[in-house]
Write a protein that binds this ligand. Structure first.
Ligand SMILES: NC(=O)c1ccc[n+]([C@@H]2O[C@H](COP(=O)([O-])OP(=O)(O)OC[C@H]3O[C@@H](n4cnc5c(N)ncnc54)[C@H](OP(=O)(O)O)[C@@H]3O)[C@@H](O)[C@H]2O)c1
Length: 376
């Protein structure tokens, strides 16, 4: 395999290093903006030189974003190149365009590192769905949020302090919104659900609540009542209906998610025969992530394409009823649905996920967390 590598940052550099030790694949060209020189690959700023090179059969996209990455990946598929990418935002945002295009062009498309970094999560979903229906996917999919919540819970830090610590350790970016507002997790659960259930979820029907409004007082209230707050994603199918959402969730010690420390991930599937199976590990980092990118390249060599057939467009219904901790303006709706109070916050009667998130949209400074017996 001859690879055109797009991007030479954290992941791209890792891919270059790992492939340089392998005999069956080689990075032939690197498209990047930095002035680097490499012993055995041509470095260029010109994507066209990759697209026009008939010896390059596979493009590995490790640039990130949905601007240039989208244009380059689309052009590479059009040019008949296989695609391996670690970019969840790209795959999730352009699922309905890139997947059918790759299938119509007869090229392989894989993105295992996009969910769980070095955890072989999507490739396990691919194996799992061959022999059983998968009913549920989800869990802790973002190490930055888990690090912040874990530090707040164990060390009693405030949100800003925990975020700063995460940034100083390289676990959070300088602009952390995509992680702390839950968008990264949202991309990952949509992609996981699409593959697990063989559908294309309408992303506008998948609500997300992040952790940026959580305070030390919220966490103290949870601790006092024996709860631990985690950012949990859920994708489910039941009786031909789908639900998918991302929200802070209060779990009890003893639930597997409660024990996930630091910046780790715990991603779970529930299958008809396997039951509940969880995958734990570092969801990011140069070599773990690059490892999965290179595994995808090996799978492409073995003839493997996407994890499932591109499936029908479906809406998430989200009519599960849950009890929520809500800190925010007590308007008429919230007063009507209040069952209890925890200090300034209320505990709701069971309300549907969609109603709770619709309320949150009109109260952007509020914080919500679901109380759950089963974290997913
Ligand atoms: N880092 C992880 O642990 C991890 C884990 C899982 C998935 N991912 C995903 O992997 C992707 C890459 O992440 P990363 O952490 O490696 O990012 P990164 O360190 O920022 O690297 C991205 C690289 O792409 C280059 N680039 C950006 N736009 C370009 C363009 N138009 N032409 C050529 N090069 C361009 C950047 O150059 P400049 O620096 O000069 O802009 C940079 O070298 C993202 O989609 C991310 O979500 C990362």
């Amino acid at each position: 395999m001859k690879i055109g590598l797009l991007g030479f940052g954290v992941v791209g550099r890792g891919v270059y290093d790992i492939t340089s030790e392998l005999d069956n694949m080689q990075v032939a060209k690197v498209v990047c903006l930095e002035d680097v020189s490499l012993p055995d690959a041509e470095v260029t700023r010109d994507i066209q030189s990759v697209l026009d090179d008939p010896t390059i059969d596979t493009v590995v996209e490790a640039m990130g974003g949905v601007g240039a990455a989208y244009k380059f990946v689309r052009a590479a598929i059009e040019a008949g190149k296989n695609i391996v990418t670690s970019n969840k935002a790209l795959v999730c945002s352009f699922y309905d365009e890139l997947l059918p295009l790759a299938q119509s062009k007869g090229v392989q498309f894989r993105c295992t590192a996009a969910v769980g970094g070095g955890i072989g999560w999507l490739s396990e979903l691919e194996r799992s769905r061959r022999v059983q229906p998968i009913m549920q996917v989800g869990g802790i999919m973002n190490g930055t949020c888990n690090y912040i919540l874990d530090s707040m819970t164990r060390l009693g830090l405030g949100y800003d302090e925990a975020l700063k610590q995460a940034q100083s350790l390289g676990y959070a970016e300088a602009k952390p919104a995509t992680d702390v507002e839950g968008i990264d997790t949202w991309h990952k659960v949509i992609l996981s659900s699409n593959i697990a259930f063989g559908v294309s979820l309408d992303t506008t029907t998948v609500p997300v609540a992040g952790i940026s409004a959580i305070t030390a007082e919220d966490v103290a209230a949870f601790n006092a009542r024996g709860y631990i707050c985690k950012l949990i994603s859920t994708g489910k199918r039941k009786d031909g209906k789908y639900s998918a959402y991302v929200q802070p969730t209060l779990v009890k010690p003893g639930q597997p998610e409660a024990a996930v420390p630091s910046n780790y991930n715990l991603i779970t599937l529930v299958g008809k025969y396997s039951g509940r199976m969880s995958f734990f590990g570092q969801g990011a980092g140069r070599y773990p992530t690059a490892y999965n990118v290179v595994q995808d390249c090996a799978d492409v060599i073995a003839g493997k394409g996407f994890y499932c057939e591109y499936g029908p467009k479906v809406a998430a219904v989200n009519d599960d009823k849950m009890t929520y901790y809500v800190r925010g303006d007590r308007d008429a709706w919230l007063s009507e649905h209040t069952a209890d109070t925890w200090g300034e916050a209320v505990i709701t009667k069971p309300v549907s996920v969609s109603d709770m998130h619709a309320w949150l949209k009109t109260h952007p400074g509020a914080f919500i967390a679901a109380l759950s017996d089963d974290a997913l």
